[in-house]
Design a protein around this ligand. Sequence first.
Ligand code: FMN
Length: 359
Amino acid sequence: MHLGLTTAGESHGPALVAIVTGLPAGLTLEKDAIDADLRRRQEGYGRSPRQQIETDEVEVLAGLRHGRTLGTPLALVVRNRDHRNWTWGMNPWPPEGEPQGKGTKPVTLPRPGHADLAGVLKYGLDDVRDALERASARHTAAHVAAGGVAKALLRAIGVEVAGSVLEIGGSADFHAAIDEARAERDTLGGVVEVRANGVPPGLGSYASKDDRLDARLAAALMGIQAVKGVEVGDGFALARLKGSEAHDEIRPGLTRDTNRAGGIEAGVSNGQELVVRAAMKPLPTLMKPLGSVDLESGEEAQALVERSDVAAVEALAVVAEAAVAWELARAAREKFGGDAFQDFVAAHAAYLARIQWTR
Ligand SMILES: Cc1cc2nc3c(=O)[nH]c(=O)nc-3n(C[C@H](O)[C@H](O)[C@H](O)COP(=O)(O)O)c2cc1C
């Protein structure tokens, strides 16, 4: 049984959409829990005023009845409230009447570090907006909604996933660092960590590289905008240790005193806590813009200035949590299968009984 996810939606278009396939029938979803994650994604010190316009909440168009999945494709929608200011500029159809609101003039000043230049060249566009609208991290809201579904599935087999911020702009004093960057009209990146408890041994596989859980988690995290580095367990620090210092010795009862591997050995979960980290670059939209070129004139220019976050590391922690939950749920569906929710739960229990895993 394979979990599938397709998302669609532009930053200032009418809505973001997620279609989730491969869910068992009978899984209970709670709107409040998904909405709480959507709100967490919007919060955080250093976000732009956009977050005050949007109050994200999930709408379900298909696949759910009375709060329980039907085993059919689940269609989730998160509306963009800000779209009301872009009804002309982001109209899916040729707009009628005089241009009004935002997004009425073509953008020709690509921002270094953003999708703008690559998108225009790759897709043959003459308005940078046609690239940036989808490349924007706004659609991570759709991934967070899908992650909420994954978390419900995982919770049923005792797996809890939580993301947190480790540092922003190299500092543990997040607010001070963000205040300073804002005053300098600059931006910051940072590091987030996601931990998952209760992951059974045996998710993922060493059989081929695409099956490896570490590879899949790395791809899931790297798939988030602005993530430029991922580590599993002690990651890069392991490269500086000796073999005798780097591994987690196995004790009677199959316990370990350490968890340097971050819960994965040979691409397979080993029953230890899963620990992954992601490094986020500073956001590329600067209020003090970097040098660029006007694509219309070919002349030197300054990059586009558009309403933007100073830092979005706290939001990344929520998006990364959703990405890890999604990958773990996908791996759990592959291992435990089941068309009915109770078959999925029973397969998990039978497996734990076979390997006599009591943690
Ligand atoms: C939650 C989140 C919020 C973001 N907010 C902004 C933002 O306000 N301004 C901006 O320039 N980039 C923002 N980004 C980063 C850009 O989307 C990203 O840098 C851009 O799409 C280019 O992709 P790349 O950085 O992966 O190369 C955000 C990323 C995330 C994960």
